[in-house]
Every structure is written in structure tokens, then in C-alpha cells.
Design a protein around this ligand. Structure first.
Ligand SMILES: *[C@@H]1O[C@H](CO)[C@@H](O)[C@H](O)[C@H]1NC(C)=O
Ligand SMILES: *[C@@H]1O[C@H](CO)[C@@H](O)[C@H](O)[C@H]1NC(C)=O
Length: 425
């Protein structure tokens, strides 16, 4: 039933020549899509996975409880940080494409940094404290909804918490669940690259044989921008925290719908020329508007909805398909300007604006809406990706150099500190 990773990726490889000739946006889309395909496989398969999320921007919290903005700061050397909360020996949930240590990453220097927000005393981001986290979340649950980067955050969180208690894991109805019975806490993950209702035009993977998986993933998507995906939204109100984040897949070719009518498309060779070309940021913004408003007004939901902002990629000298790489071995220091590539910059701006636009309604309905702004923090970590250490020799399955995902353990672990900060607020 479940196609092998090799087959999935082989399918993707088949389509990469077309992609390589097109724009960087398409390339990124393909990359993400590939990442998601990998993820999808892991998600369906017997492995564990995921997670994503978070970060801050206290000034945009809505509560105004603090005056410092944790998104501004710098990565500083911290030898204590060299002792990560987990390794591939203590946490069995790390997936292969995140397991940079297993694949021989030559230096672990990338673990010896911590994020120090500007603002001095009162504005620190303390090292993650599992005991404190578990005190806050006792009797509660958190749901992460998103793509492979969301999955990576879930893995990071679950691995970090494993220091205190090893969770049980099970899959059901498209969800993955981790339980920490001693601390009465549950983590769930639902994989969706768009959050709104979507469909691969060529049909779901289950509808075709393994030899056609690549075509399925390469096909354009139908995105219903005004409809939250009904597979996860009902589960939201059963959780105390819901973290939404997906962005990267919006760069892929898609036809956009509102009220069931096609209103535009991106990267689509329309045959009849009737559909207006629209940029990915149009769809990504619309999807976040839909989902944030749905959570803000969700009947029976009185929890906290968290928007985790886009985590930037760091491809240089090309893309994933033509030798692009992420050769940096250190974080950018504060004097180095870090420019965000498009469409990621536009995705980030749209998230900030849609977050603000949804705040009022959330407040009226008693829903806490919080921003976990990781974008500028991660922009300064071009050294934190798997690079060529996301797979074994000759086993890259089309994803030779990965400057999109993050090594685990790695800089993505700071997202848990941001999450704890939001929960404490
Ligand atoms: C963990 O990483 C080490 C290298 O640090 C590697 O030798 C080992 O195979 C990895 N183990 C697992 C289970 O991934
Ligand atoms: C395209 O638009 C024209 C004019 O509105 C309409 O007659 C035609 O049916 C449309 N074609 C499709 C495939 O929707």
C-alpha cells in the first residue's frame, strides 16, 4: 500500500527537468513538495515524526505583557548549548532526513549557539526546561497542523520532552499522537501542506499505483482558499493549543477556488485561458486568513491558537535540483544583512498582517491568538540545515542537498523555548 521512499522520490526526479527550467519559485515548490512527499511517506509509514512551530514577537502578542521582542537579537556562542537536550541515541523519533549526526556531519559546532534576544535583563529566552513546560501543560494537549517543517518541530519538541518522559506514539485517522501519561500531556500532528481544503488534481496517492506517485505529487493542486480543511479543523477544539504554520507548498502550481469556483491559478498552463494568473502569496495569504478566522471563531474552542511564521531556506548557487548548496558553517552575525528570498519574504509579511487582522475577532470570542515568529531567528542560521548530511551515500532519493529542513538536534530546538515563552505569557 505504502510506496517506498525511493519510488516517491524517483517520481519526483522524473519531473525535475521541467522544474529546473522554470523559475526559482517552481524549484522551491518542487523542493518543498519533495520534502512533503518524504514527510508524507514517514507519516504513513511506521516511523515517527514531526512538528513545527513557533516564536514570538512579544510586541505583537496582543497581551502587551512584555515590551521585548524576541525576534530581534543574535546567535551567541554558548558552550553549554553543546549539550543538546537529546541525540539520536536518546530519541528514537528523529527521522532519517533530520539525522545529520548519523550521516556524518563533520562538525557539531552548529549546536554551540543560543539565541539571545536584544533588550537585556527581562528579555532573556531561558534554556528549555521540561519540568516547567510539563507543569504548564498538565492535563492539556497541543495539535500541530502543517507540512514537513511542522513535523520537524513536533519531533524536536517530543525529543526534548523525552528527557523527562519517553512518550508513547500511535497513528490514527491521519493524525499522529504522542502521550506523556506521567505528565498528563498529549501532542498531535496532522500533516497538511495548505491547511485549507486541497486536492491533488491527479488524485490522491492511494488512487494510483506506486509507479505513478511522482506524477501525482508533480501535479497541480486544487486549493479551496475559503474552506479550512475539514480533516483537522474539528479536532482543533479538542485541543488547548493549536499551532498552524504551512507556507512553502504554496509556491507550487495550483488552481485557486473560492465558493467552489476557480478564481485564479499559479504555474498552471491553462488550456482555455479563462483563469487569471495569481502569485503564490495571494493564495498563502488567503489560506491564513481563512484558517485564523476559523480558529478565532471556532465554536467551542477556548484555547490558544498559535501562528508559527515561515522558516526560510538557504539555497545558494542554485536550487535543490542543480547543485545549490548551503555551505555556511556559522550563524550570520548581527552586522551581516540577511535578505529573505521571495516568495518567502512575501509569505512572512502576509502572516504578520493576517495575524493582526484576526486578533480582534479572537479576543471577542475568548480565543488566545499568539504569534510565534521564527523567521528572523532562523534566517540567521544558514548553517543549521542537513546540507548533504540528510541521507546516506548514494541514497539521497533526489534530495541531494537539503537547505530547507533542519538537523535534529539543531537550531530548530529554539522553537520549543519560544513555545514555552508563549505558554507562560
Ligand atoms: C547516531 O549518530 C552516530 C554518530 O554520532 C551514528 O554513528 C549512529 O549510527 C546514529 N544512530 C542512529 C540510531 O541514528
Ligand atoms: C471561458 O469563459 C467564457 C466566457 O466567459 C465561457 O463562455 C467559457 O465557457 C469559459 N470556459 C471554461 C472552460 O470555463
Amino acid at each position: 500500500m505504502i510506496p517506498s521512499l525511493g519510488i516517491l522520490l524517483a517520481g519526483v526526479r522524473r519531473s525535475r527537468h521541467a522544474i529546473a527550467k522554470t523559475t526559482p519559485v517552481s524549484a522551491l515548490a518542487a523542493l518543498l513538495f519533495l520534502a512533503a512527499a518524504t514527510f508524507w511517506l514517514l507519516f504513513l509509514g511506521p516511523l515517527r515524526s514531526p512538528h513545527t512551530t513557533l516564536s514570538s514577537g512579544a510586541s505583537t502578542h496582543g497581551l502587551g505583557a512584555t515590551s521585548c521582542d524576541t525576534t530581534l537579537g543574535e546567535w551567541v556562542r554558548d558552550p553549554a548549548g553543546a549539550r543538546p537536550h537529546y541525540t539520536n541515541a536518546t530519541c528514537a523519533f528523529i527521522q532519517d532526513y533530520q539525522n545529520c549526526m548519523k550521516h556524518g556531519r563533520p562538525s557539531l559546532d552548529f549546536l554551540q549557539w543560543r539565541w539571545r534576544p536584544d533588550g537585556g535583563p527581562g528579555c532573556e529566552l531561558p534554556r528549555f526546561d521540561a519540568a516547567r513546560f510539563f507543569r504548564i501543560v498538565r492535563g492539556k494537549s497541543i495539535l500541530f497542523v502543517g507540512d514537513s517543517l511542522a513535523s520537524s518541530h513536533v519531533t524536536s519538541l517530543v525529543c526534548t520532552l523525552s528527557e523527562a518522559e519517553i512518550p508513547t506514539r500511535r497513528s490514527a485517522d491521519g493524525f499522529e499522537h504522542w502521550r506523556f501519561p506521567a505528565h498528563d500531556f498529549a501532542v498531535s500532528f496532522f500533516w497538511t501542506p495548505f491547511q485549507v481544503r486541497w486536492r491533488l488534481t491527479s488524485g490522491p496517492p492511494a488512487a494510483v499505483g506506486p509507479d505513478r506517485q511522482g506524477e501525482v505529487f508533480a501535479g497541480p493542486n486544487d486549493l479551496h482558499l475559503d474552506e479550512p480543511e475539514e480533516r483537522w479543523m474539528p479536532a482543533a477544539k479538542e485541543n488547548d493549543y493549536v499551532v498552524v504554520s504551512a507556507s512553502h507548498w504554496f509556491a507550487r502550481p495550483a488552481v485557486y477556488y473560492r465558493r467552489g469556483q476557480a478564481v485564479g491559478c499559479h504555474g498552471c498552463a491553462t488550456t482555455d485561458g479563462n483563469v487569471t494568473a495569481l502569485p503564490p502569496r495571494y493564495a498563502q495569504r488567503a489560506a491564513f486568513r481563512t484558517v485564523l478566522r476559523a480558529l478565532a471563531g471556532l465554536d467551542g474552542f477556548k484555547g490558544t491558537a498559535i501562528l508559527r511564521t515561515v522558516a526560510p531556506t538557504h539555497y545558494a548557487n542554485g536550487g535543490w535540483f542543480d547543485g545549490g548548496e548551503c555551505p555556511d558553517t556559522q550563524p550570520l552575525d548581527r552586522d551581516e544583512t540577511a535578505d529573505m528570498a521571495e516568495p518567502e519574504g512575501g509569505f512572512y509579511r502576509a502572516q504578520l498582517e493576517e495575524f493582526r487582522a484576526a486578533e480582534e475577532e479572537a479576543r471577542k470570542n475568548g480565543v488566545r491568538l499568539r504569534l510565534m515568529d521564527v523567521t528572523r531567528i532562523m534566517l540567521r542560521r544558514p548553517d543549521g540545515h542537513p546540507d548533504r548530511y540528510g541521507h546516506g551515500a548514494g541514497d539521497h532519493g533526489g534530495f541531494d542537498i537539503d537547505c530547507l529542513h533542519w538537523c535534529l538536534p539543531g537550531p530548530i530546538d529554539v522553537w520549543n523555548e519560544l513555545l514555552l515563552q508563549i505558554m507562560s505569557g
